[in-house]
Ligand binder design. Structure first.
Ligand code: PLP
Length: 418
């Protein structure tokens, strides 16, 4: 939505005012442009069309049903990392063959669900997990297709909390363990253990790590075939980066062309798991300015939204573009844009260049559609924000904001249990 303070032709100020009529006490909200989301989904699928992969949206990036349903309508499936995300995918109409199960802490309940309800594939994080999946598949007499997540020892740039393929990362098995497991796959007769899964990191703007991941996957597939256990499925995960705050974007089409050329005619099935790329740019966090204070010449702009609403700046030192919805006349000058929580990490920008701002003004925090509302919490006794969706010029409140009364209402669930 960069450039214009509107979602699908609905001005953000009008969206906020409309929400206020429903929720008079609200001071901030998320707004998503569903038409832009569908356009991004089409662009993603068109870019990789030659490979005909399953595009499984990483639900962890944004679990709003309106988002999932719109993606499903655009032919996108779901990548789930928990039982909750599996159930959510199913509730939003995502068919079994469009669901991928991930995660490094597999529970018996997840394994059972996958075998009972059906999934396209499960990415197993370690070899012992295969026994659990085997029992679940046998119990439901339903074969499960399984890819082993491999840690290829590929370092990625950016914050270390979004690097998942380096040797330090907790995810996956070593290439040697994977090759041994594929070669002895007869041990798990109810599993179709013929896949490799790699997800080396998030917010990649340079394709080099993905290129290395691809070569690692192809090399291992070749080696496994040599050992008599050919692979049929490569899942390259997600990681496609977006242009936060004027930064670079992942060169999607160029990389997709390169991938298609590299693997043409290989006869393999493919899965991609984009999260951020699809939904990040189509979401905005709108927040009211509560206070503007000056101390020793420094301007602090205190927003009604904080780190509990958008954790990325505090957790990853991420920076999002911030702009007033109705800029006032006057020179721009630096401002520390902060939230209202009792935490020094509750800072959106140390020195954003912003025009004059007054209490009651609204600002847009851009590119907040991924890992925004999905990571929100009630920390500091704060209700999670309302989420609005715009489509075809119409605005819908897709999720109500939580009020202080909501938090108080569920403060206790005492049950005597011992
Ligand atoms: C296994 C897996 N796949 C896909 C994704 C989505 O990543 P991104 O949002 O960077 O595309 C993640 C995110 O952490 C992940 O852990």
């Amino acid at each position: 939505m960069s450039g214009t303070p509107a979602a699908c032709g609905v001005p953000l100020e009008r969206a906020f005012a409309a929400l206020r009529t429903l929720e008079p006490g609200c001071h901030a909200c998320y707004v998503y442009d569903l038409d832009a989301l569908a356009a991004r989904a089409r662009r993603f699928r068109a870019a990789f069309a030659a490979l005909d992969p399953l595009t499984a949206f990483a639900l962890k990036a944004n679990g709003l049903p309106a988002v999932l349903e719109r993606l499903r309508g655009a032919g996108v499936g779901a990548e789930a990392g928990s039982l909750g995300e599996l159930e959510l995918a199913a509730a939003c109409g995502c068919a079994a063959e469009m669901r991928v199960l991930n995660g490094n802490g597999r529970t018996p309940e997840e394994a059972d669900w996958a075998a009972r309800e059906g999934v396209h594939s499960v990415n197993a994080d370690h070899v012992a997990e295969l026994d659990l999946l085997e029992r679940a598949a046998a119990a439901h007499a339903r074969p499960l297709r399984v890819a082993l997540r491999v840690n290829p020892g590929i370092e990625t740039p950016g914050h270390r909390y979004v690097a998942t393929g380096g040797e330090e990362a907790k995810f996956g098995v070593s290439p040697g363990e994977a090759l041994a497991a594929w070669a002895s796959r007869g041990r798990w007769p109810h599993l179709a253990l013929d896949g490799i899964h790699l997800h080396v990191g998030s917010q990649l703007t340079d394709p080099a790590p993905l290129e290395r991941a691809l070569e690692a996957a192809l090399g291992m597939a070749e080696e496994s075939a040599r050992r008599g256990a050919p692979l049929g499925l490569i899942n390259l995960g997600g990681g496609f980066g977006i242009a936060y705050d004027g930064g670079a974007e992942f060169p999607l089409e160029a990389w997709a062309r390169r991938l298609a050329e590299r693997v043409a005619g290989g006869g393999l099935a493919w899965v991609l798991e984009p999260g951020r790329w699809l939904v990040g740019p189509v979401g905005v966090l709108v927040a009211e300015v509560l206070w503007v204070k000056r101390r020793d010449g420094r301007r602090f702009v205190v927003l009604a939204a904080g780190m509990n609403d958008l954790l990325r700046p505090a957790l990853y030192h991420a920076r999002h573009a911030i702009e007033p919805l109705a800029p006032r006349a006057g020179a721009s000058e630096p401002a520390a844009v902060v939230g209202p929580l009792c935490e020094s990490a509750d800072v959106f920008a140390e020195d954003a260049m912003l025009p004059p701002l007054e209490p009651g003004d609204l600002v847009a925090i851009r590119d907040a559609g991924a890992y925004g509302a999905a990571m929100a919490s009630n920390y500091n006794g704060r209700g999670r924000l309302a989420e609005l969706v715009a489509s075809g010029g119409k605005l819908t409140r897709a999720r109500a904001g939580e009020t202080a009364a909501d938090l108080v209402a569920r403060r206790r669930n005492d049950v005597l249990i011992g």
